[in-house]
Design a protein around this ligand. Structure first.
Ligand SMILES: [Zn+2]
Length: 77
């Protein structure tokens, strides 16, 4: 599902590592209308960026994930 993948960063440039590093997404903050996710470098655990997920995005992501789960049993998002 290409559309959904564009919402997530799989690797970001890390100044400390001097290269584009795979990132790990961590839920930083949950607000009533949105969530803040932190992107951490898998090499040095530096924070490389943040992403805000609005309630609308979450609803869409869940709908897509539910559809994918139904289409591909065994795949966890
Ligand atoms: Zn790094």
């Amino acid at each position: 599902m290409k559309q959904f993948e564009t919402l997530r960063a799989s690797s970001l440039y890390c100044q400390k590592c001097g290269a584009a590093m795979p990132v790990r997404e961590k839920l930083l903050l949950v607000l009533p209308d949105k969530e803040i996710h932190d992107y951490l470098c898998t090499g040095c655990a530096s924070s490389l960026g943040q992403r805000e997920v609005t309630a609308g995005d979450l609803a869409m992501a869940r709908a897509i994930a539910a559809r994918q789960a139904a289409a591909q049993p065994g795949l966890r998002i």
